[in-house]
Design a protein around this ligand. Structure first.
Ligand SMILES: Nc1ncnc2c1ncn2[C@@H]1O[C@H](COP(=O)(O)OP(=O)(O)O)[C@@H](O)[C@H]1O
Ligand SMILES: [Mg+2]
Length: 356
């Protein structure tokens, strides 16, 4: 029997997702455990976590050795616990006898380096690493409207829109309940604010794209790609995230709602529909292979694609630890598939490693 281990930063994270998977694991001859990387005892390399019991339909406390296959669902912050877990996970990834469903992706800037030199380059917004407040100010002169966002990504948090007016500057950022905006009366005040912001973390800069619909709501297309049991990439589904009117980000964490892809595409002028469908198909079919050629093996990807007012198409974000909420909301029929695909692929990985 194969053991599949879910790794998270808190034991109860993604409780529903892991419990749904674990509840279906027996028919694939898989046993599921969940644990926090930092729970490892360095002398014995035993982990302390929970095992899913099919008799009791619940998770039970348990000590166990490293599971056969690992599903990394750790979402790191800047805190000590995150850093500690990240260290252990990268050590695990470097070991020969450990198998991960997917090995993750580097940060947004490193992804940009690779993708901007690929056949997908035309779909990438120009992106630069921010090195100083003056650089931001000079690019504002060029573009008038820009976006600053953390290179490490954070579910729509820390995304800043900056606009240059004749004499003053407007900065906006979306919080859960509301948008916060500030006006800087002159350049010195803006530079001062940027100075403090850039000390917090690494940011990247892009020109602001009007990725909004006719109602001025920001939206994007969220696709989930996964490997099937034969290791072939498939597009599991697509949904639309639609943010609140005049907001900047379309992340669900900022209050966006979900609509299904078919409803959305019908709202596009008929002569544009085929073109958009074809472009998206091209992106989704090329992307996983490009990434695996340049980085490490992956199991799944969440791809955010923006469509501007002029119907130009942009790859906004690629996540190796995608959420499932958009699909579960827009295509509830996919539920069983979503909860079984990690089990199917865990078996594939295990079979392949035995053959090696
Ligand atoms: N260049 C841009 N122009 C306009 N909106 C953007 C731009 N970049 C990002 N956004 C908006 O901000 C959201 C979050 O950006 P993203 O790069 O996906 O970061 P995160 O990792 O925080 O999700 C996007 O889904 C999109 O709605
Ligand atoms: Mg995103």
């Amino acid at each position: 029997m194969l053991t599949l281990g879910f790794m998270t930063l808190q034991l109860k994270n993604e409780h529903t997702y892991f419990t749904e998977i674990a509840g279906r694991a027996l028919k694939y001859d898989i046993e599921c455990v969940r644990f926090i990387p930092a729970s490892m005892d360095p002398t014995t390399e035993m982990f302390e976590g929970e095992l899913y019991s099919h008799q009791q339909n619940r998770w039970l406390k348990k000590k166990f050795p490293l599971p056969d296959v690992l599903y990394d669902r750790c979402f790191y912050g800047e805190d000590f616990h995150s850093r500690q877990c990240k260290g252990i996970v990268s050590w695990l990834k470097s070991k020969d006898n450990v198998r991960f469903l997917g090995y993750g992706l580097p940060n947004k800037l490193e992804l940009y380096e690779v993708l901007s030199n690929s056949k997908l380059s035309a779909y990438l917004p120009k992106t630069v690493k921010v090195t100083s407040p003056l650089m931001v100010q000079s690019l504002l002169q060029t573009f008038q409207r820009i976006i600053l966002k953390p290179s490490n990504g954070s579910q729509g948090n820390g995304v800043y829109y900056i606009e240059m007016q004749k004499r003053h500057y407007i900065v906006k950022t979306d919080k859960l309940e509301q948008q916060v905006s500030r006006v800087f009366a002159d350049e010195a005040l803006l530079l001062n604010w940027l100075e403090r912001l850039l000390k917090k973390k690494e940011f990247m800069l892009q020109p602001y794209l009007s990725l909004t619909n006719e109602q001025h709501e920001p939206f994007d297309i969220r696709s989930l790609l996964q490997k099937d049991r034969n290791g072939n990439w498939i597009t599991v589904g697509k949904g639309i995230r639609q943010g609140k009117v005049e907001r900047i980000v379309s992340n669900l964490s900022a209050g966006a709602t979900v609509i299904d892809y078919e409803t959305w595409i019908q709202s596009i002028p008929e002569q544009k529909r085929n073109f958009i469908n074809e472009e998206i198909k091209f992106i989704l079919e090329s992307l996983p292979h490009l990434l695996e050629e340049n980085f490490h093996p992956l199991f799944e990807l969440g791809v955010d694609i923006g469509v501007a007012k002029d119907h130009s198409i942009w790859i906004l974000d690629v996540n190796s630890k995608p959420g499932r909420k958009v699909l579960l909301t827009s295509q509830p029929g996919l539920q069983d598939y979503l909860y079984e695909s990690p089990l199917l692929y865990a078996n594939t990985i295990m079979e392949r490693s035995i053959l090696e």
